[in-house]
Design a protein around this ligand. Structure first.
Ligand code: ADP
Length: 262
């Protein structure tokens, strides 16, 4: 698998060079395995909605005179739901591929984090789905302005809030807080929902990883939300992590660098 010229001995010592080449092959193999996995996952995710859309469309086309109106409406709504699912999947895939490209398009500007979070929460409070939850936020007033891409950090907050809304029952509490810790601002989105099993926690940020596949799909999830969160925060030089206790709730954290003087 190694192509190219033979590596000349360096002061008669070949060891480090041979090691380097081996290391490179392992990395290439790993990348190839990840790519294959990814293609298999995407194909699998596309197949279900496509076959449902195909099946219902064929039924409607073949038997449209005999299908009672109520059934026809039900079929059409199913087609619509699965088309939306395909659309979300495609959007999340494009977002991920942009974030992973050489130019991920990070547009940093000076942003007051408290105003950004306040406006995100306001938007959520106006949504019917959020009316069933208790949404609160508390931002340490010393947090101030950060050099971040406001649209991308908004997407991070939205993905985490969407999850908190999706995976907790009606009436649950969702608290967003931010404070300064060392040289970072730490943002936390905490819910008092069902929590995530300890075995699943190490994998939760992987693409297409879901604790409960059926539930995620029913809620319109693509399994890519947390992967997008991780990429955006890492592009900002920050960290993302999760703490969760079954039956008590989940807290997702992300950190962003405090802006250097002025
Ligand atoms: P999805 O599109 O499935 O929501 P994500 O990457 O956003 O994909 O999340 C991955 C999985 O993590 C979800 O399918 C769900 O099982 C779990 N999860 C995420 N957030 C929460 C939460 N707040 N409470 C419980 N489980 C969660």
């Amino acid at each position: 698998e190694v192509t190219g010229t033979t590596i000349p001995p360096l002061n008669g010592q070949q060891g480090p060079w041979a090691l380097f080449v081996l290391h490179d092959i392992t990395k290439q193999k790993k990348l190839e395995a990840v790519r294959k996995d990814f293609v298999a996952n995407v194909s699998h995710e596309l197949r279900t909605p496509l076959s449902i859309i195909k099946g219902y469309t064929e039924t409607l086309v073949d038997g449209h005179h005999d299908i009672p109106g109520a059934d026809r409406d039900k079929f059409l709504r199913t087609i619509q739901r699965h088309t939306e699912r395909l659309n979300s999947l495609l959007e999340d895939l494009l977002t991920l591929s942009r974030l992973e490209s050489i130019n991920p398009g990070l547009r940093r500007e000076s942003v007051a984090l408290s105003s950004l979070i306040a406006s995100i929460i306001d938007d959520y409070r106006a949504r019917p789905a959020a009316a069933e939850h208790q949404l609160h936020f508390a931002i340490d007033p010393t947090v101030g302005e950060l050099l971040i891409d406001p649209l991308k950090v908004t997407q991070v907050c939205e993905n985490l809030l969407d999850n908190a809304l999706k995976y907790t029952p009606k009436g649950s509490h969702i608290d967003v807080s931010a404070r300064i810790r060392d040289q970072e601002v730490e943002v936390c989105i905490r819910d008092n929902g069902p929590g995530i099993p300890a075995d699943d926690l190490p994998h939760i940020f992987e693409r297409f990883y879901r604790v409960d596949k059926g539930r995620s799909r029913d809620k319109g999830g693509t399994g890519l939300g947390l992967s997008i969160v991780k990429h955006i925060i890492q592009l900002h030089g920050g960290r993302v992590w999760v703490e969760s206790t079954l039956g008590q709730g989940t807290a997702f954290y992300f950190s962003l660098l405090v802006r250097a003087n002025g």
